[in-house]
Design a binder for this molecule. Sequence first.
Ligand SMILES: N[C@@H](CCC(=O)N[C@@H](CS)C(=O)NCC(=O)O)C(=O)O
Length: 220
Amino acid sequence: MDKFELVIGNKAYSSWSLRVWLALRHISVPFTEIRLAMDTPEFKSRVRKYSPTGKVPLLKHGDLTIWDSIAICEYLAERFPAARLWPDDTAARSVARCVSAEMHAGFPAIRKSMPFNCRATGRHAPIPPELEAEITRVAEIWRNCRQQYGQTGSWLFGRFSIADAMYIPVALRFVTYGVNNLGRIEQAYVDTVQAYPAVQEWIAAAKEEKEVIPTSEVGA
Ligand SMILES: N[C@@H](CCC(=O)N[C@@H](CS)C(=O)NCC(=O)O)C(=O)O
């Protein structure tokens, strides 16, 4: 099989990179990681060599280039069915796709007011009503998925799935910005995320990074 190359941004700041990295790690296929430091003078020219959008993440597999996180996850799910990156049950799979799409396309207030910064804790973000509403919706998604589909494990649909890859960076944002008024089920999900070895490995690597992007360092 052709080798996989994953182009990512800073581990400290790139939530979309984390999502696909987690999916790749889950299927246990070897891959080469190409890390491009974002917000630097050379980032755009370097990333343009790989990506038509000038954004990360991007997966190269042989001649194929895939430049969007959901498309990368779907590709991996198709190529590695044994990894069961989506739930087996049709209804659960449809819901998993809905909540994944909701994350991929939505939650602008969370993204804007709580920039991904997995090295940091103890940060504070003002919580205007639109941010509160999005936090409430995320909590509702986690609670509903765990209650309806999560009986076989501690992830949203029991086993780890693409839906978890999508929401893990949100859980880490809640840790960074101290969103701790979650219900018992949702907090248990955050605990699952924090205890996951792949997440711990990513955060440890992020802590080794030297670059600082001031616009992502908020709430100190
Ligand atoms: N829709 C894209 C979003 C990718 C994206 O926004 N990536 C950010 C990093 S998390 C990026 O490349 N930012 C650098 C820039 O825009 O210069 C996906 O799902 O992959």
